[in-house]
Write a new protein. Structure first.
Ligand SMILES: Cc1cc2nc3c(=O)[nH]c(=O)nc-3n(C[C@H](O)[C@H](O)[C@H](O)COP(=O)(O)OP(=O)(O)OC[C@H]3O[C@@H](n4cnc5c(N)ncnc54)[C@H](O)[C@@H]3O)c2cc1C
Length: 453
């Protein structure tokens, strides 16, 4: 039965979930706080570009957008590690041709999704509408019209809350749902976006098809390519302390820090200090909340219910997986929204928790262990096991990033087993050629294997 659904938040997840709802014949009203980014020149918010991977691409494919996204995406085949002397080591993400991740502009992706949603006659998008409250008892949404400076209300029988990590809808849910619980853990680190411009001839100043990392143990710099030949560079650095954003308060201090820690990157950043002081320092938060829904009337999706830190590049991808799961349930639960919301929450919550933890762990890997010889050896042993036991041993990174048929929760559990196996096999060798296959065979006998779950 066709229903009327109000979606609050027209970011990546709100726009994609509106498409899934419209595809199933529902009438969607999408409310977005900001002006229409296709007309006004506004920042897309947060990171300028992001990594889209198999889980996100699967959801995009389901709504016929994969090809359009591929046209604005740059493949990244692995990590290019930059040491302090400027030497580079390339560490591939996978060993199969399709095992790449893609750098895409957040703004362009969001615009594509909004345009696709709006192409449905049953979708209306209203911009400049900031949701200020939701009264669960009367099912009423309150908005402030940012253009006209006026408040208005709307009775909304069925609401999707996709208003991001500081969600107003999550707050409303917390006031109403019995037993509601949440944690909001701010990371001690902030981030600052910078830029390596395109060369004078419009080319890329570094290897284009890689995610560049300057791991420096306690902190790191990363860079992702953009379609115009530039790289968006992000410094992840502690908020406070002797080595922190607190100490980078003058152009001289910033210049000296980069000269000491990232000399090769500095050479490619002519406007470093102007950009550094022109851009805000962002914060990162892990939100775990439960429940995600109230009966048949309100459901939270994406960062609104499960914001995570960006170190596995999975925040949006997991939000898109929420949308895909919504699409599947819309086909089977045609009338029963209470059941649909319960099922969606039950399917997604364990996976949201798993990727939240994996993302935190991956920060340590990216800024520190990735530069370790033992870590790289374990990666190679993982690849060797994958080649020897195809389908049975899939390295954890690959399960998370390239295998949407394996849930995040299962990938997390298998990852723990894998780490034990890889640590044991790497313990007394220095090169993958020395791998003791008999020992590997024994360890693999006890391994649960990567079956879909
Ligand atoms: C530095 C950084 C890098 C990242 N890199 C990656 C990556 O590489 N890969 C990846 O998968 N993920 C990445 N992420 C995570 C990703 O950005 C988020 O998971 C994703 O944006 C979540 O989408 P969303 O639509 O749920 O929320 P948001 O993108 O936050 O969108 C929320 C929308 O709701 C609107 N809104 C907010 N409040 C209201 C209100 N009260 N009323 C009306 N509208 C409202 C906002 O304007 C916005 O449009 C990164 C995050 C950060 C911070």
């Amino acid at each position: 039965m066709s229903e009327s659904v109000q979606v609050v938040g027209g970011g990546l997840v709100g726009a994609l979930s509106s498409i899934f709802l419209a595809k199933h014949g529902h009438t969607v009203s999408l409310f977005e706080r900001r002006p229409d980014m296709r007309r006004a020149s506004i920042s897309a918010g947060r990171s300028i570009n992001l990594a889209v991977t198999a889980r996100g691409l699967k959801a995009l494919e389901e709504v016929g957008l994969r090809e359009a996204v591929m046209k604005i995406a740059i493949p990244m085949k692995g990590r290019m590690l930059h040491d302090i002397e400027g030497n580079m080591t390339f560490v591939p993400y996978g060993q199969k041709a399709h095992e790449v991740i893609y750098s895409v502009s957040r703004g362009e992706l969001n615009k594509l999704l909004l345009t696709k949603a709006e192409a449905y006659p049953n979708v209306t998008i209203r911009f400049d509408q900031r949701c200020t409250a939701y009264d669960a008892k009367t099912r009423t949404l309150s908005f402030h019209d940012e253009q006209q400076g006026k408040d208005h209300q709307l009775v909304a029988p069925r609401v999707l809350g996709t208003d991001g990590s500081a969600s107003v809808l999550r707050h409303a849910l917390s006031l109403h749902a019995t037993g509601f619980g949440q944690t909001e853990d701010m990371l001690d680190y902030g981030y600052k976006e910078l830029v390596i411009p395109a060369t004078a001839t419009g080319g890329f100043a570094m290897e284009k098809e890689a995610l560049h990392i300057w791991p420096r143990k306690n902190y790191m710099l990363i860079a992702l390519p953009n379609m115009d030949g530039s790289f968006t560079v992000t410094l992840f650095y502690p908020h406070k302390g002797a080595e922190s954003f607190e100490t980078l308060t003058t152009p001289e201090a910033v210049q000296a820090f980069f000269a000491q820690q990232f000399p090769d990157a500095l050479k490619l950043m002519p406007d470093l200090t102007a950009v550094f002081f022109g851009n805000p320092t962002g914060a990162m938060v892990t939100v775990k909340s439960f429940p995600w829904h109230i009966g048949d009337q309100l459901m939270l999706l994406g960062d609104a219910s499960h914001a995570i830190v960006p170190f596995f590049g999975q925040g949006m991808n997991s939000g898109f997986e929420d949308c895909s799961a919504l699409g599947t349930l819309l086909s089977t639960h045609t009338d029963d929204w209470q059941q649909l919301f319960s099922q969606l929450e039950a399917d997604r919550k364990p996976n949201a928790d798993a990727i939240a933890d994996l993302a935190l762990e991956n920060f340590v890997e990216m800024r520190d262990t990735v530069a370790d010889a033992k870590f790289q050896l374990k990666k190679q042993i993982g690849f060797a096991l994958e080649a020897r036991y195809p389908g049975r041993f899939i390295p954890r990174y690959a399960m998370v990033v390239f295998h949407p048929e394996i849930s995040y929760a299962r990938a997390q559990a298998l990852g723990v087993e894998q780490d034990r196996i890889l640590s044991e096999l790497a313990a007394d060798i220095t090169d993958v050629a020395q791998l003791n296959w008999e020992h590997a065979e024994q360890l693999m006998e006890g391994y649960s294997g990567a079956k879909a779950a």
